[in-house]
Design a protein around this ligand. Structure first.
Ligand code: CA
Length: 293
């Protein structure tokens, strides 16, 4: 709604959009309670139980209906609906935010913790997007814990502090034996114009070399249906041995890679590493993914 598919800021917009559940259920709760006379005659503890039970029942119904519409059952949405309802209930009953008695203080702490927990993904994505902007033209150097979320794909990934080519940490990638095992760097600034090359460091801890494919595509590639010949592809062989190998790819090679057009170097969407049908799991370390002027 706010940005195109896989735009750099899509992650934080998506998390912000999810927080709409809290706002809507808080709003409905505040709006509904004063006009629900039967509810108004109940004791506060019963009001709380009735409200939370109603929200859970309504949320479960919505999620089950969505299953039939082809969407997934989301426990996270139910949790956010509940958080919005509890917040609305606290706003409706002033004793919750005015009373200094112990039980109210704990209730306030619980509600604040609940809302904070739900907003944490949004806070983390905004923090990482700010970090990515400050780091640029470094695209990923694995120096912050939030940075792992810039990467996605079927491979297993974790930060590693024992092997690094820069700073304090690198990312360990474990490629699986499926047909394609991949690690995709999505959430990075995509304005690559004005730079000469893409560089990154790879470390192969195994006794045998490993071949990986490196792909780069722009946002237009998605509109054109992810065609193989419309993106940059390069096979990279990483020798074994206890040292880092720096891979350098000319951005002109990336720009001219699509068969029928030039890649839009101001709208780069994804840089990926993947393996094809490995006979066993293989580990690779990556660090200091950067653009070079
Ligand atoms: Ca590093």
């Amino acid at each position: 709604m706010f940005a195109g598919k896989n735009e750099f800021t899509q992650r934080s917009f998506s998390h912000a959009w999810d927080l709409g559940h809290i706002v809507i259920f808080c709003f409905w709760t505040v709006l509904l309670i004063p006009v629900w006379s039967w509810f108004g005659r109940k004791k506060p503890q019963w009001q709380f139980i009735i409200l939370t039970a109603t929200v859970i029942a309504v949320s479960l119904s919505i999620e089950y209906i969505q299953l039939y519409a082809g969407r997934i059952f989301s426990v996270s949405d139910i949790r956010k609906n509940l958080a919005g309802c509890v917040l609305g209930f606290c706003l409706y009953r002033p004793e919750f935010y005015k009373n200094t008695a112990g039980k109210y203080r704990w209730a306030r702490i619980a509600v604040i913790a609940m809302i904070f927990f739900e907003t944490l993904p949004f806070i983390k994505s905004v923090a990482d997007e700010v970090t990515a902007c400050l780091q640029f033209p470094v695209l990923s150097n694995f120096e912050t814990p939030f940075e792992l979320d810039r990467w996605s794909g079927s491979s297993s990934r974790q930060l590693d502090h024992s092997v690094k080519s820069q700073g304090r940490s690198s990312m360990q990638i474990e490629f699986g034996t499926e047909k394609y095992s991949d690690a995709n760097l999505y959430f990075m600034p995509g304005h690559w114009n004005g730079f000469q090359s893409l560089r990154f460091d790879l470390y192969n801890p195994d006794r045998t070399p490993i071949q990986v494919m490196c792909c780069v595509n722009d946002l237009k590639h998605i509109e054109l249906g992810y065609q193989f010949e419309d993106r940059f592809n390069r096979r990279i062989k990483i020798e074994s041995g206890p040292r880092w190998h720096t891979v350098e790819i000319s951005l002109n090679d990336i720009r001219t890679a699509p068969a029928k057009r030039f890649m839009n170097m101001n709208r780069i969407d994804n840089m990926a590493l993947f393996t094809h049908q490995l006979d066993r799991k293989r580990t690779l370390y990556i660090d200091a993914v950067r653009l070079v002027p």
